[in-house]
Design a protein around this ligand. Structure first.
Ligand SMILES: [Zn+2]
Length: 311
């Protein structure tokens, strides 16, 4: 196993929508999803993509207003009698009011629809920019700037959810000592197929942030149990993952078989938790869990004061 080093990753931005991560350089017509604030080619400040799109929408609305005005003017000019003139004015005014009301009521909806159209139209340009970022990452790896490579891949991972991206991130992360205070990811890294590097990563994560173990990871471990058992200390690894599942009652129920199978490898403190939970829910379909926990406690922790009277 390679030697891990310490690291401090930059904080990742939190956004409600993925698209909010996209910034545009209006001068070069390029996009950017990393943390830079200014275009590296021309130096111009980036504009958030949504802002760019609303400008387009505003232009549409203005054009429509203009056309409406023009139409009213024409009607007024071509009126021959007073009646026609007042009709032209009246209908014109009515149309303007109607237009205002509609714009007010459905303006935000139109903005969203327009934004979607805008995104679709800009798809190719955005893709090109992502590819450019990927090339930068390639260069970072060559120069052994692994921290930069990871941080960039993490940002791109918001847009591309492929196994290649996941496995790259895992390989980068495996260079570092993982800590409790780090902003780590786990669910987002679960690959489609069995991956040894992912297991190496999981082994470290579960030690420092067991709360990251959720359904996706538990399913993965369940699915690739046979392969994991071939790893050095594979049983212990599954035991730790099963131990992390004890955080939630629903997980215990859903992954009961896995927990029972690897009960001998549960860390002591996890077994204690399981014993207490199993006692509480003993008559709610947890009989087998209770029996398994009791057997393990009786054979290995019979004289441990913490376990006294638990089962
Ligand atoms: Zn630029």
């Amino acid at each position: 196993m390679r030697k891990r080093t310490g690291v401090q990753f930059r904080k990742s931005r939190k956004t409600a929508h993925t698209f909010e991560r996209i910034q545009a350089c209006k001068r070069c017509h390029t996009y950017h999803v990393l943390w830079d604030t200014h275009c590296e080619d021309c130096g111009r400040a980036y504009t958030p993509i949504r802002q760019l799109s609303s400008k387009v929408t505003r232009r549409y609305v203005q054009t429509r207003f203009l056309l409406l005005g023009l139409f009213i003017c024409l009607a007024v000019l071509s009126a021959d009698t007073l009646l026609q003139l007042s009709l032209a004015f009246g209908i014109g005014a009515l149309l303007v009011v109607l237009f205002f009301v509609i714009q007010k009521k459905y303006g935000s909806y139109e903005k969203d629809a327009q934004f979607l159209r805008f995104l679709t139209a800009e798809q190719e340009a955005i893709k090109k920019s992502l590819l450019r970022h990927l090339e930068e990452i390639g260069a970072d790896v060559k120069e052994e700037r692994i921290k930069d490579a990871y941080e960039k891949t993490r940002e791109i991972g918001h847009f591309i959810q492929s196994d290649t991206i996941k496995i790259r991130k895992i390989m980068f992360l495996n260079h570092y000592v993982l800590r409790k205070d780090m902003e780590l990811e786990l669910d987002t890294l679960v690959p489609q197929t069995y991956d040894k590097d992912f297991m190496e990563y999981l082994r470290e994560v579960v030690k420092v942030q067991p709360w990251l173990v959720k359904k996706a990871v538990l399913d993965y471990v369940n699915r690739y149990k046979a392969q994991i058992l071939l790893l050095e200390n594979g049983e212990q690894l599954i035991g730790q993952v099963a131990g992390a599942a004890l955080r939630m009652k629903t997980y215990v129920e859903q992954y009961q078989e896995l927990i029972i199978e690897f009960i001998d490898y549960l860390p002591r403190e996890r077994l204690l938790r399981l014993a207490k939970m199993a006692r509480t829910h003993r008559h709610e379909g947890w009989e087998r869990l209770y029996e398994a926990a009791k057997k393990r406690v009786d054979t290995h922790y019979a004289f441990d004061p913490d376990f006294k009277g638990v089962m």
